[in-house]
Design a protein around this ligand. Structure first.
Ligand SMILES: [Zn+2]
Length: 201
C-alpha cells in the first residue's frame, strides 16, 4: 500500500510533467511559426522581384515624347518593327509632303505586347474604367501597333496632310476619335474605309 506522502507527491509530479510537455510544445510551435513566417516572407520577396513593375524601353518600341522619329529612321524598333508596306507608303508620302514643309513626326509605331498592356493599364488608371480606356487604347490582342500595322503622327499639320492626301499611298485614318493614328488600309490611290468610331474596333 502506498504511503500518504507518495499519494500526494505523485499527482504533483504529473502536474510538473504536464507543464513541462506544455512548455516544450509551446517552444516547438513558436519555432514552427517563425520558420513559416520566414518562408512566407522569402517567397513574397521572390514574388515581388518576379513581378517588378514593367517599364517600357526602346526595345518595346517606346519613343521618347521629346524625340519623335522621322519615317526614314531604320534603326529604332518602333520603325523596324513596322510592316514593310506601311513603312514604304509613309516614306513616299513624306517625300511628297516635304516641299510643303510638312514633317511626319512618328510618336508611336510598332509596340511590344507588354508595352501595349502597360498602356492599357495606364489608360484604365487615367479614365477610371476599362470600358472608357478601351475607347482609346486597344488590347494587346487587337492593337494594330503590336502587329506593326499602325503609326501615330504627332504634329497637327502632318496629321491633316495625311488625312487629306494619304490615300494616294493607301494611308488612312482608321479611328474617328484618333486623328493621329494611321494605317495602310487601302491600295495606293484607293478609297479609305470609313473610320471606326474608336479603338474598340
Ligand atoms: Zn495609334
Amino acid at each position: 500500500m502506498a504511503s500518504p506522502a507518495s499519494r500526494t507527491d505523485s499527482p504533483s509530479r504529473r502536474r510538473l510533467a504536464v507543464l513541462a510537455i506544455g512548455a516544450a510544445l509551446a517552444v516547438i510551435l513558436t519555432v514552427v511559426a517563425v520558420l513559416l513566417a520566414m518562408t512566407t516572407a522569402a517567397s513574397f520577396t521572390a514574388g515581388m522581384t518576379a513581378h517588378a513593375p514593367f517599364s517600357p524601353t526602346e526595345a518595346d518600341g517606346m519613343i521618347p515624347a521629346e524625340a519623335p522619329l522621322t519615317v526614314s529612321d531604320d534603326r529604332h524598333p518602333a520603325m523596324t518593327g513596322l510592316d514593310g508596306d506601311l513603312r514604304e507608303a509613309l516614306r513616299s508620302a513624306q517625300a511628297a509632303a516635304a516641299p510643303e514643309g510638312v514633317v511626319f513626326d512618328v510618336t508611336s509605331g510598332w509596340r511590344s505586347e507588354e508595352y501595349q498592356r502597360w498602356l492599357l493599364g495606364d489608360a484604365v488608371r487615367t479614365y477610371g474604367s476599362e470600358a472608357l480606356a478601351r475607347e482609346y487604347v486597344a488590347s494587346p490582342q487587337d492593337s494594330s501597333h503590336v502587329t506593326g500595322r499602325a503609326v501615330d503622327i504627332g504634329s497637327l499639320d502632318a496629321q491633316l496632310w495625311i488625312i487629306e492626301h494619304g490615300r494616294e499611298w493607301g494611308l488612312c485614318q482608321t479611328y474617328a476619335n484618333e486623328r493621329w493614328h494611321f494605317e495602310k488600309a487601302t491600295d495606293a490611290g484607293g478609297e479609305c474605309p470609313e473610320p471606326k468610331p474608336d479603338a474598340r474596333g
